[in-house]
Design a protein around this ligand. Sequence first.
Ligand code: SF4
Ligand code: SF4
Length: 109
Amino acid sequence: MRWKIFVEISRCSFCGFCEHACPTLNYGDFRRQYGPRGRIQAILFALRENLISPETIRGVYTCLECNACSLHCPAKINIAEIIRKFRYLVSSGSITPRPKVRKLMPIIQ
Ligand code: SF4
Ligand code: SF4
């Protein structure tokens, strides 16, 4: 699953066409991780470098999985599905956040 997510995200050109459709983008004062592009970029870092910051977790778990973003993606990337799968990897322990990040886990589970 990890590899499949990685391959899917690798098709992203980070064009940003998906951003304006996202209802959570304004949350957190337009911080990147609250929009689709920032979320999948954070997931890419998590898979490639094993870097999972508190901001990664906040971004991934504030997604509504509404899939409004994917309708505007020229590459037809299913962003909500990527986020759903990544959440599964985190909750099943396949990706282990660092201790500082783990403190957030009771809140998001
Ligand atoms: S629209 Fe698609 S290709 Fe463009 S940034 Fe969003 S996910 Fe990536
Ligand atoms: S699926 Fe998530 S990232 Fe995409 S528009 Fe909805 S809230 Fe935003």
